[in-house]
Design a protein around this ligand. Structure first.
Ligand code: ZN
Length: 256
């Protein structure tokens, strides 16, 4: 019933935009940062995830990031990523706005992906500004505990948003624009506690759109949602795709 209800909402309320958080990637074996068993419960975020900590001791921060980057690079997209990519191909999803840095939406085939917290796609030298793609960073990490710039020797910084850093302006502007345009914002695997991303659903609602939430456990905006499903995002979205397959979106997606 709720799967049918969600499929119905997606079909009727175009354009639909997805907003994904850590819960979208947990089925790929990537631990949630903020859960009680998550990474920040074991590593003090101000020692390992803050920009001040990186500036003070980048090698120490890389002792935390090195195994994490290797793990993310080996993770595979799960049914949640695949279902969202399929919804886009079918014309039912305009874009995915994600808080995740793991590149799994892109690797699943999603084309319009807005990474509001950056990603592991590249790292940048704070000294000379040279940008290094993930493959090169992994090569450097195979030879050293922290990747150093070949040109100037400084330790590279991953292009992910650290605590204390601003979100990438282009990405967050695009995310808010998409949220305002969306007649349905589909939240997947986020507890909607991290600002300013958690403000996106409120933009959608203020502009007359609706909110649907697929998440294990409660979120901060459950009482504002037109529909809410507590369960495995992968199973729910795969079932939604099955319902919508063979149908066409009511409005063309090429109107932007
Ligand atoms: Zn450099």
């Amino acid at each position: 019933m709720s799967v049918s209800g969600l499929a119905e909402l997606i079909r009727e309320r175009q354009p639909c935009v997805a907003l994904t958080g850590a819960g979208a990637s947990t089925e790929s074996g990537i631990p949630d940062f903020r859960s009680p068993t998550g990474i920040w419960a074991r590593f003090d975020p101000f020692e390992y995830g803050a920009i001040e900590a990186f500036r003070a001791d980048p090698r120490k921060v890389w002792s935390f990031y090195k195994p994490r980057v290797a793990m993310l690079a080996e993770a595979e997209p799960n049914p949640t990523h695949l279902a969202l990519a399929e919804l886009e191909r079918l014309g039912f999803l305009e874009a995915v706005v994600t808080q995740n840095i793991d590149l799994l939406h892109e690797r699943a085939g999603s084309r319009e992906v807005v990474e509001v917290h950056g990603s592991i796609r590249s790292s940048t030298c704070p000294g000379c500004g040279e940008r290094y793609p993930l493959e090169r960073v992994l090569e450097l990490l195979a030879e050293a505990d922290a990747p150093a710039c070949g040109a100037c020797g400084e330790i590279l910084k991953p292009d992910v948003v650290f605590f204390g850093e601003l979100l990438p302006a282009g990405a967050i502007d695009r995310a808010f624009e998409l949220a305002r345009r969306a007649r349905l914002l589909l939240v997947v695997g986020s507890t909607l506690e991290v600002h300013p991303v958690a403000g996106l659903p409120l933009e959608t609602i203020a502009a007359g759109g609706e909110l649907a939430i697929v998440n294990r456990g409660p979120t901060a905006l459950d009482d504002r949602a037109a529909l809410r499903i507590d369960g495995s995002a992968g199973e729910v979205l795969a079932a939604v795709v099955e319902e919508l397959r063979g149908q066409e979106a009511q409005q063309p997606q090429n109107a932007r």
